[in-house]
Design a binder for this molecule. Sequence first.
Ligand code: DX5
Ligand code: ZN
Length: 216
Amino acid sequence: MNKVKIAPSLLAADFGNLQRDVEMVERSTADWHHIDVMDGVFVPNISYGMPVLKAIAKHARKPLDVHLMIVDPDRYVQTFADLGSSVLTVHYEACTHLHRTLQAIRATGMKTGVALNPHTPVALMEEIIKDVDVLLIMSVNPGFGGQSFIENTFEKVRTARQLIERKGANTLIEIDGGVNADNAKALVAAGANVLVAGSFVFNSAHPEDTINDLKK
Ligand code: DX5
Ligand code: ZN
């Protein structure tokens, strides 16, 4: 069985010590750096953008998993590719022509990601799942770290796993929001492949150990 990937969300890092926190993730058993980009329009919060990603990329060797919570993400596909992103995730709810957006992401060599808000059904992925490398299931409403996990996520993960298998797709299922030691195991059992964790990692006394515990 494939081991679960852990993607610490740098949204919960200490921005005054960003290099230190990126280096901690590098030393740890984490697999990806999860980077949350928010525009204050698609979500009611603004996080950080390209200059900060550039600073992160300078100290990162592990893949950059970029989660765009912005409207009209097509405008920035090439920019995020140039910044060294490995996975570029756009929101289903922000893309009128999702197929075109995913083709544009793939054309740059990045992996394609699609994020679903908590109310957006997995069934909407029926005709597009084979073009999706990473299906990100939001387990909180996007916009803020530190919110509590929405329990309905378990059922969504199982539905997504069934869809992926039925279609013969190679999509990874990523869970984002409120992930901690209490739900990690059940998420993996339901079919999750990648766990994002922000506050649970960065607010813990020993973040490297916390990452390692999640991985186990
Ligand atoms: C929320 C972001 C998440 C967030 C997760 O909009 O997409 O990646 O940083 O943070 P926690 O793990 O604290 O819920
Ligand atoms: Zn995220």
